[in-house]
Write a protein that binds this ligand. Structure first.
Ligand code: NAP
Length: 341
């Protein structure tokens, strides 16, 4: 099959091209899925470069040679051989996350995938497959309430723009942070938020001004800006640390007295691990998240046009250059195309 194979870590994932590799063999608890769509994200760049915690030689599971990719939509080609569950059958339309998804076929443990609701397209399901984390961050972790003001960093990104939509659906006012003028203009046009701010100059004063001097109740931090978030917060404000997209691997240091002075709560949230530890809560999160998609409270924001695995490198380059707002979906093959197996 064709796949984006990583024989060794690479500094520039935009140069990656598909090559021919052997068809993967599913483990007894895995489905073999024919990939119709895949969605590159920030973590894929780090995986390819060897800079992600999953690349850690002792604790990680992403070591060369490996096939890149995570979020996918596709069709079940073969069900698990362990017979432990009949959750899926051949031909089911599915989406989820499985390492090796930038390929024509991927092997995925059953707990990492779910059926695509019949009223969703595979493209939408793929675009939204990685952002249940944002729903959970708003609803389960920050517990955002109607009338609160929520600040979202990296709001143009996959996680960020879903954080904005969920917070709006919960009745909050949302301030979205953008990296530059062009993105800010696009976000103002396409996103239902109350204020878009570019992170330059006196942007923190503008956040505080917007809240009549009180500060925001919640910051959902996707980029690693806790010190700035504390300055934007109201007394008793909450910060959820979701990611470090802007930190280039260098973590912030935070002075504890700043937390005390404003009675700040900072919460980290690791979606995958939380789901493994609390599967019942994970199911409730997915139900709530997909529910919002179906009612139209949330919609996929799809950026650009990418077709074929040959476009994965370009997609990773565009992500790296911060051109993207919303999610890239690469159409690997038409949904209706017959399996070559
Ligand atoms: N906690 C969890 O369980 C969990 C799950 C999945 C992902 N994550 C992490 O969450 C973070 C966001 O993920 P994502 O998928 O939303 O990423 P993404 O789609 O690439 O979005 C990240 C956003 O951050 C902003 N940004 C600011 N400085 C940046 C920089 N130097 N390089 C790249 N982007 C920069 C960009 O917006 P502007 O250009 O407009 O500033 C970009 O849109 C990542 O660190 C990811 O690893 C965490």
């Amino acid at each position: 099959m064709q796949a984006i194979n990583i024989p060794a870590f690479t500094p520039d994932p935009s140069t990656l091209l598909p090559t021919t590799v052997p068809l993967p063999t599913p483990k007894p608890d895995q489905c073999l899925v024919r990939v119709t769509h895949c969605s590159p994200q920030h973590a894929d760049i780090l995986h390819a470069q060897g800079k992600h915690q999953n690349n850690n030689a002792k604790k990680g599971w992403c070591h060369p040679p490996f096939i890149l990719g995570y979020d996918f939509a596709g069709v079940v080609e073969a069900v698990p051989s362990d017979g432990a569950s009949d959750a899926f059958k051949k031909g089911d339309r599915v989406f989820g996350a499985g390492i090796g998804a930038f390929a024509e076929f991927v092997c995925v443990p059953q707990r990492q995938m779910r059926k695509i609701p019949s009223d969703l397209s595979a493209e939408t399901a793929c675009a939204m497959s990685g952002q249940a984390v944002s729903y959970a961050a708003v609803v389960n972790i920050a517990k955002v309430e109607a009338g609160e003001t929520v600040l979202v960093s990296g709001a143009s990104g996959g996680l960020g723009n879903v954080c904005c939509m969920v917070a709006k659906a919960k009745g909050a006012k949302v301030i979205a942070l953008a990296g530059d003028k062009d993105k800010a203009a696009a976000m103002e046009k396409d996103m239902d938020v109350d204020l878009v701010l570019i992170m330059e100059g006196d942007w923190i004063d503008k956040v505080v001004e917007f809240t009549n001097g009180q500060g925001v109740e919640v910051c959902l931090d996707n980029t690693g800006m806790v010190n700035d978030a504390i300055r934007c917060l109201a007394y008793f404000g909450r910060i959820v640390v979701l990611g470090f997209a802007a930190r280039k691997g260098v973590m912030e240091e935070v002075k504890m007295n700043k937390l005390l002075l404003k009675s700040v709560t900072i919460m980290g949230y690791r979606f995958g691990e939380s789901g493994r530890r609390f599967p019942q809560t994970l199911e409730e999160i997915w139900e709530g998240y997909l529910g919002m998609l179906r009612t139209g409270e949330m919609k996929a924001m799809i950026y650009g046009k990418y077709e074929g695995l040959k476009d994965v490198g370009r997609a990773l380059g565009d992500l790296h250059e911060r051109k993207v707002y919303g999610k890239i979906v690469v159409k690997v093959v038409d949904e209706g195309e017959r399996s070559k197996l």
